[in-house]
Design a binder for this molecule. Structure first.
Ligand SMILES: Nc1ncnc2c1ncn2[C@@H]1O[C@H](COP(=O)(O)OP(=O)(O)OP(=O)(O)O)[C@@H](O)[C@H]1O
Length: 265
């Protein structure tokens, strides 16, 4: 049977299970719906390119985050959106699996996170998660990606090392660019990425004067995270960090709006 065939069978079973277990929501991951579904509970579609003819709620996250991560994020999203309450049961279905879960907030995520999910952000988040999981040449890597408001970001930063992206048009939305970007993740400092996805530079030091700028992050975090929080406070940019311990964080307005360790899930 082709993969599409499995998806149809699993989706049918998921609907049955939703009714039979009196589940409070159905999460459909990476499956294109051919027709409207007959089910009375809220449905959440997860995936970057989900077809949404039925104006259902969508969570456009990259499928490469893996089912476990996506189910966790879907769970937090549905709680944040009031689609389900903590402790209630939901069913999830992918093209190859079907599962039952209790809704809980396993991911440290603020509601603002879900309003940031557009193309460039999704791609950078995906890259950050891959870097956390893969490291570079067997070693863990830590880095910062700063997205948007590049004019101000450049003003509040300077080059630490020669910029490997100077003179090249590398865009995060091009599939082939990912490996190139990963190659430079070992450089100290930050990547600066425009709102449209162009990687302007790597090896950028973020100059934040913490005598003037106050950020709201846990005290144990080091200078990388402080710098990311700071740049998100003094500009309109969003910063995504990967810590050497694998934790991926998203900063906006000087606060953490998403925190996740893909290595632990
Ligand atoms: N202001 C800054 N701008 C850009 N990069 C920075 C800045 N400050 C620190 N870094 C980067 O962060 C690296 C790690 O610094 P540090 O260990 O203090 O951070 P950390 O927040 O504890 O990060 P990790 O959790 O990954 O160890 C530095 O080697 C440097 O590459």
């Amino acid at each position: 049977m082709r993969e599409n065939g499995y998806a149809e069978v699993l989706l049918k079973k998921a609907l049955e299970l939703t009714r039979r277990l009196d589940a409070k929501a159905l999460v459909i991951i990476g499956i294109k719906l051919k027709k409207p579904l007959k089910v009375s509970v809220p449905i959440l579609l997860v995936g970057k390119e989900v077809d949404n003819h039925n104006s259902l709620k969508t969570l456009p996250l990259p499928l490469s985050l893996g089912t476990k991560n996506l189910v966790n994020l879907a769970s937090s999203f549905m709680i944040a959106e009031g689609m389900i309450e903590e402790g209630e049961i939901f069913i999830y279905v992918t093209p190859s699996t079907l599962g039952i879960r209790k809704a809980k907030k396993t991911v440290e995520v603020k509601d603002e996170f879900f309003s940031q999910i557009e193309h460039v952000f999704q791609e950078v988040l995906e890259l950050a998660i891959e870097l956390s999981l893969e490291g570079r040449e067997g070693k863990p890597v830590g880095t910062i990606f700063v997205i948007g408001d590049t004019k101000n970001v450049m003003k509040y930063s300077h080059q630490m090392a020669p910029n490997p992206f100077k003179g090249y048009k590398i865009n995060i939305l091009d599939k082939e660019s990912k490996e190139i970007i990963k190659e430079f993740a070992f450089l100290d400092g930050a990547f600066v990425i425009s709102k449209s996805g162009r990687v302007l530079c790597a090896g950028r030091y973020l100059d934040i004067d913490f005598k003037r700028v106050s950020v709201n992050i846990p005290s144990g975090l080091g200078s990388r995270h402080l710098a990311a929080a700071g740049i998100s406070k003094v500009t309109k940019a969003i910063a995504i960090t990967v810590s050497e311990s694998g934790i991926v964080r998203v900063f906006k307005d000087g606060k953490i709006i998403f925190e996740y360790n893909p290595r632990l899930h």
